[in-house]
Design a protein around this ligand. Structure first.
Ligand code: AMP
Ligand code: FES
Ligand code: ZN
Ligand code: ZN
Length: 312
């Protein structure tokens, strides 16, 4: 297999694009494409301040690397979740994120959930009895709440996460299987800023996971290989495997699934009532001021409230 650009031996073969590239051309191609997606979906402009949520994994570290290489003003945010059982997942991912920031002379904000609220994610999950013994739902809720709070408090224009095509296609697959119209309406590369929510963007949403792995390795980025120890057996992983089987026999199926969905949504061709979104009554949470559709406190503050009553 030869590189499409220079004819040298290719190191990455992208069957869905019928294109192979050598290492040098691949690490140029990824940021070029990212820039194209940033413009195509109107993610952000050159003069806007970007907060990149960095987990220490290959996707978010690569995203930070790409945005900086493209010349955007991108600072990092690392959330310390306190997931340190058998594998030192949080401390190791924190160390790698810190090292990346230092090596490239970048600004990294670090917020430790236990330091901020008194409980690590596993403890908060245990005492608030959410998510049937698995901390993932408490973790997701907390990450969303904190990313939004910090992006707003620190005056960033936009919050960027490292979700790749495999992540997005798996979420889309799940939402389609359930016909979760509310979620389908909100899924996409850009969530505009609204009712106190920061604008959220996913610049890597059109890259396959294996492309991001290849990019991180080719760029010499040190990232955490382990998945979160709680992720095992999650439905999301099962959806990813299912889509990979499909992709194996039909290269490009995953990308088409996602892109056709975006096109249909864009042109209003999803069979979903369009005014559904308007039916939400969004207002600020009485405690933290972040947007919620619940009557008084947002779900994050209610969870903390419950944790406090139980642990007192
Ligand atoms: P995940 O939900 O673990 O698949 O992560 C999706 C995205 O959320 C990552 O690509 C990051 O942008 C962000 N993220 C996940 N965990 C953290 C963390 N501990 N700190 C900051 N950002 C995170
Ligand atoms: Fe949050 Fe695993 S439970 S990353
Ligand atoms: Zn080449
Ligand atoms: Zn709240």
């Amino acid at each position: 297999m030869k590189c499409k650009k220079c004819g040298a031996r290719a190191s990455v073969n992208m069957r869905q694009h019928r294109m192979a590239l050598c290492k040098e051309h691949f690490v140029e191609w990824i940021p070029e494409q990212t820039e194209r997606f940033i413009k195509k979906y109107n993610m952000f402009a050159r003069d806007e301040k970007i907060l990149v949520a960095v987990s220490g994994g290959k996707d978010s570290l690569s995203l930070w690397d790409i945005l900086v290489r493209l010349g955007y003003q991108a600072d990092g945010l690392y959330l310390g979740l306190g997931i340190d059982g058998g594998v030192q997942y949080s401390s190791e991912s924190h160390r790698l994120t810190d090292e990346f920031a230092k090596r490239h002379n970048l600004k990294l904000h670090v917020v430790d959930i236990e330091g901020e609220y008194g409980y690590s994610i596993p403890v908060l999950s245990d005492i608030s009895h959410r998510g049937k013994g698995k901390p993932c739902s408490v973790c997701g809720l907390t990450k969303r709440h904190e990313m939004n709070r910090i992006a707003r408090d620190l005056g960033y224009d936009v919050l960027a996460t490292g979700h790749n095509l495999d992540d997005e296609a798996a979420v889309l697959f799940g939402n389609t299987l359930q016909w979760s119209s509310d979620y389908l309406l909100r899924q996409g590369p850009v969530l505009p800023s609204k009712d106190g929510l920061a604008r959220k963007v996913k610049p890597l949403c059109r890259f396959y996971e294996r492309e991001m792995t290849a990019y991180a390795i080719a760029r010499g980025i040190e990232y955490i290989y382990d998945e979160c120890p709680y992720a095992e057996g999650a439905t999301q992983i099962f959806y990813k495997e299912t889509l990979n089987q499909l992709e194996n026999s039909r290269p490009g199926a995953k990308l088409t699934f996602y892109l056709r969905f975006l096109e249909a949504r864009q042109s209003g061709n999803l069979f979903i009532e369009k005014d559904r979104e308007a039916a939400y009554n969004i207002h600020p949470c009485e405690r933290c001021g972040q947007p919620t559709s619940a009557p008084e406190l947002c779900s994050f503050c209610r969870m903390l409230e419950k944790a406090k009553t139980v642990s007192e």
